[in-house]
Write a protein that binds this ligand. Structure first.
Ligand SMILES: NC(=O)c1ccc[n+]([C@@H]2O[C@H](COP(=O)([O-])OP(=O)(O)OC[C@H]3O[C@@H](n4cnc5c(N)ncnc54)[C@H](OP(=O)(O)O)[C@@H]3O)[C@@H](O)[C@H]2O)c1
Length: 381
């Protein structure tokens, strides 16, 4: 029986993780959960699973829960996420990080300190703090298993092979909601259109990140850290159907691909059960559909955010914080309908052009830069 502590239990990845836990009560127990704005769902989950620890947004919500569930540890705020990540420091505990945004970084570092097996969906953590995570892992027994579908596919395709035997990793991209629109049409697209992803049903931020393609840029950076491979050996290819989730091309010319329906419950199940492969509740793929798969080169001029992500990776250091902070704030403004879709990329470009890079930023410097950028953008628009 694995004990699962789940950051972001109320979100898209969090809810799909819970579906798997519900379907496999002899394999998993949900021992910790966090929510943020959706307090009603946190209360429901607390009642259903009676976890050991619950993290909520505010002290007032924590007090309500404490009065209702007397045997439960209730924590709150950003510090509460770290408390949950480091709760009961035994090494055989699984932490699923399904938070969205940079808020996932400190809890990930805490989970590494406490030697957890970390199932990571929260890609922003690696974009911003990949260098800190890499350092901390050197003195920890913690392991990171990717549940982002592309990285989970690469993990499965690599299957323990030496990374030096790899010619390149090939990450597939659906192209997002606007893959068939011209640049001039993008000037007037709406929030509702941006949220209408052709293949996946996901949280709002990643759906918009897919439409701008910065998501693919984040995934390249994520893959570079996860598999310890140079970014120049990671390619992206447009694959509209999202059936091949990624591929590894080896030096001998073999390409190994992972094929499955687009259903996040498969990569989550794989990581939860690893090293076993068990029956999963994910939709199964009909091989006949392989007749109708398409692949195209990605035109980088069409998706400048993908180019900015690669540039931020190459420049390194605090530029990755700038990329992420500017994107997080710009996406928030777009969701609040305060800016247009194309202003997202313009804001990122402007912030990156004005930044003085710090080569190996500390956690404190990352938080300072993040706050400074978000405040400036928020005031300007
Ligand atoms: N969804 C997918 O299919 C998918 C696929 C691959 C990778 N990912 C990655 O997985 C991560 C989660 O994505 P998602 O789609 O599940 O996002 P989501 O549906 O928006 O869920 C995000 C979760 O984080 C919580 N949260 C948001 N802001 C927070 C804050 N400031 N402090 C504490 N908790 C906060 C939310 O709580 P409330 O809902 O209670 O506010 C929710 O539980 C992202 O990094 C995304 O890129 C997602």
């Amino acid at each position: 029986m694995k004990k699962i502590y789940l950051l972001g239990a109320t979100g898209s990845i969090g809810q799909q993780t819970i579906e798997i836990i519900r379907a496999n009560p002899y394999d998993f127990v949900l021992a910790g959960i966090s929510g943020f704005n959706n307090f009603e769902l946190v209360k429901k989950l607390a009642k259903e699973f009676e976890p050991e620890i619950v993290a909520v947004k505010t002290v007032e919500e924590a007090q309500i829960l404490m009065s209702e569930f007397r045997n439960m540890r209730v924590v709150y705020g950003e510090k509460g996420l770290e408390d949950l990540a480091g709760y009961h420091p035994y090494h055989d505990i699984v932490l699923v990080n399904a938070l969205v945004g940079m808020v996932g970084l400190k809890p990930t570092l805490k989970a590494i300190e406490t030697n957890r097996t970390i199932l990571l969906a929260n890609k922003e953590t690696l974009v911003v703090g990949g260098h800190l995570i890499r350092e901390k892992l050197k003195t920890s027994r913690a392991k990171i298993y990717p549940i982002d579908s592309e990285h989970n596919a690469l993990w499965q395709a690599l299957n323990g092979e030496d990374i030096n035997a790899v010619k390149r990793l090939i990450i597939t991209a659906s192209g997002g909601a606007f893959r068939d629109k011209s640049r001039s049409e993008l000037e007037t697209v709406s929030l509702e259109e941006a949220l209408n992803h052709p293949n996946w049903s996901m949280g709002a931020k990643i759906t918009i990140d897919s439409a701008t393609m910065i998501n693919k840029g984040f995934e390249i950076i994520e893959a570079a850290y996860l598999f310890d491979i140079d970014i120049d050996r990671i390619d992206t290819i447009m694959h509209r159907e999202s059936i091949i989730h990624s591929m590894v091309e080896f030096n001998d010319g073999s390409i190994i691909a992972q094929i499955a329906d687009h259903d996040m419950r498969l990569p989550i199940s794989y990581a939860l059960n690893y090293p076993l492969r068990k029956e999963s509740i994910a939709n199964k793929f009909d091989l006949i559909r392989l007749n109708d798969l398409h692949f195209e080169e990605i035109d980088i001029n069409r998706y400048p955010c993908l180019a900015y992500a690669k540039e931020a990776y190459h420049i390194g250091g605090s530029m990755r914080t700038v990329l992420n902070a500017a994107n997080e704030m710009a996406v928030e403004l777009f969701i609040e309908k305060r800016i247009s879709f194309l202003e997202i990329e313009r804001i990122i470009k402007k912030e990156m052009s004005n930044h003085q890079v710090i080569d190996f930023p500390s956690l404190e410097q990352i938080y300072e830069i993040d706050q400074e950028i978000k405040t400036r953008i928020n005031q300007e628009y």
